[in-house]
Design a protein around this ligand. Structure first.
Ligand SMILES: [Zn+2]
Length: 497
């Protein structure tokens, strides 16, 4: 690791802090291509662990993975009116297929071969509804072919001018689920099943509490009937949309002619859903747990869960402590834990601690000659606290510590999220709240898009979701928090990423 640069404290500049944590933990870097990021091995490992957990849940609910092309004929995007409007301003296009040598030197040595222009330009997928439903039209004939439950792990491109690593990049990695159903009820059930999976993943794996609910029409996915989302509050009190699940109705089925023969012999359009989470989740993980010393990774998703740092002065001691460290590593790995033994001669123990801390490793075991003499190691938690721990039974102690850390991170994040939520605020209090610390504001909403737009324009806060029943206030609000008209639903506002 390069010489450590001080991490900007969160209180000083949250955005600088975020960048410093990513740099220190070597999660990602800016690339020579503007707007695109390079995900480095430590960051990519987190993504792989996320993928595995989510993929298991998708598979357990009957979904199968497939892969569709990166390129989509431009005309496909035009088939669903709302959809094209939503994505038209951020697509990358392939218009030519060849370069030619110009005979010049340097940067001008090659140029686009004008004779290679494509008859129909290809869009680099911003999302794959169109190409997938074009295929569904071929594959679905009868009610017996339904439901069709597919998922794809892929990259997508949405042209961005501003870059924020993991949160907003032109190219990002994600999964997109696409399903077809016989009727609205089945599609709705699917959209909700996925929302529940996303919530479970956020809470049980990422230790990131979320609010679930439905988006308003102005915030829903372009082309969807209804969009459900999970929303989490980051440490700077901005909301992060962490996953969305859409009931697409029959919009795409009609645009792409996806019809099936019913049991009674009639012909019907299918109902579709689509849903996705992306590498943005890594940004959410960072901003939920990390501190001024760097990354804090929840144990279940930590690329390295335990770092063992032997301490020695003489060669004899080095042999001894390393030998025991190696044995402990083997024992821990037998239970499926991800462990590193740090026997580098080039670094002092203190420097090693600093490094493993910045990498977010939840548990560090320090083993020195004196520890060995008393048959113990020192168990240090990334979240604070050092405990002498007998080597006899160290596997159980480490496992218990990891479980406790996972649970404590979730509890702390939930407490922070609740502490930074207000309910039943007046308009004046709401304005004050959004100008000040910010957070989740629960209140009545009249349902009028122009009221929603005015709130956004004046406070920069948007409705994150109309929350599901378990998140709603005990007493339903009677009037709109902003305009005073009768409330049609409780809403949760926040400034968002
Ligand atoms: Zn209103």
């Amino acid at each position: 690791m390069a010489q450590a640069k001080q991490i900007t404290p969160r209180a000083k500049d949250f955005s600088e802090w975020y960048g410093d944590v990513i740099a220190q933990a070597q999660l990602a870097d800016y690339s020579p291509v503007r707007g695109c990021m390079v995900i480095r091995p430590h960051g990519y490992r987190i993504w792989e662990l996320m993928q595995r957990a989510l993929d298991d849940m998708f598979r357990a609910t009957g979904h199968r993975n497939a892969y569709f092309p990166l390129f989509i004929p431009m005309s496909f995007l035009a088939k669903e009116a709302e959809h094209v409007e939503g994505f038209a301003k951020e697509v990358a296009l392939v218009t030519h297929t060849r370069l030619r040598a110009t005979g010049k030197e340097g940067a001008g040595a090659i140029a686009v071969d004008p004779s290679s222009a494509l008859e129909e330009p290809l869009v680099v997928r911003p999302t794959s509804e169109t190409i997938i439903y074009a295929m569904f039209a071929k594959w679905i004939q009868s009610y017996r072919d339904l439901p069709l439950l597919l998922n794809q792990w892929a990259n997508v491109v949405r042209w961005e001018l501003r870059t924020r690593l993991f949160l907003r990049t032109t190219e990002f990695l994600w999964q997109e689920g696409h399903t077809a159903h016989v009727d609205e009820a089945d599609a709705e059930r699917e959209a909700k099943t996925i929302l529940a999976i996303y919530r479970r993943f956020a809470e049980e794996w990422m230790a990131m509490p979320v609010i679930t609910g439905v988006k308003t029409d102005s915030e829903k996915f372009a082309g969807a009937l209804r969009t459900y989302a999970i929303e989490a509050l980051m440490q700077d009190n901005k909301a992060l949309q962490a996953g969305t699940s859409h009931n697409l109705g029959q919009n795409f089925a009609k645009a792409f002619g996806v019809q099936y023969q019913t049991a009674a012999g009639g012909l019907e359009y299918v109902w579709n859903t689509s849903w996705g989470v992306s590498t943005r989740l890594i940004g959410g993980l960072i901003m939920t747990h990390s501190d001024d010393n760097g990354l804090v990774a929840p144990p279940k998703l930590a690329p390295v869960q335990v770092a063992i740092v032997p301490i020695w002065k003489s060669d004899d001691e080095r042999r001894q402590v390393s030998g025991v460290g190696d044995q402990v590593k083997t024992d821990l790995e037998k239970t499926g834990l991800r462990v590193e033994l740090d026997v580098r001669d080039s670094l002092k123990p203190g420097a090693k601690y600093f490094e493993w801390e910045a990498l977010g490793v939840p548990v560090r075991l320090e083993i020195g000659p004196r520890d060995l003499a008393s048959g113990q190691a020192v168990l240090a938690r990334r979240t604070g606290g050092k405990t002498p721990t007998p080597l006899q039974g160290i596997v159980a102690a480490v496992t218990a510590a990891l479980d406790e850390i996972q649970a404590a991170l979730f509890a702390a994040a939930r407490e922070r999220s609740e502490k930074n939520s207000i309910r039943g605020a007046t308009k004046a209090q709401f304005i004050e709240f959004m100008k000040g610390s910010g957070g989740f504001a629960y209140g009545g909403f009249c349902g009028d898009p122009s009221c929603e737009a005015e709130i956004k324009q004046q406070t920069n806060a948007t409705i994150r979701v109309l929350p599901d029943p378990e998140f709603r206030s005990k007493e339903a609000p009677r009037t709109c928090m902003w305009c005073g008209a009768p409330s049609v639903a409780e809403a949760v506002w926040a400034q968002a990423y």
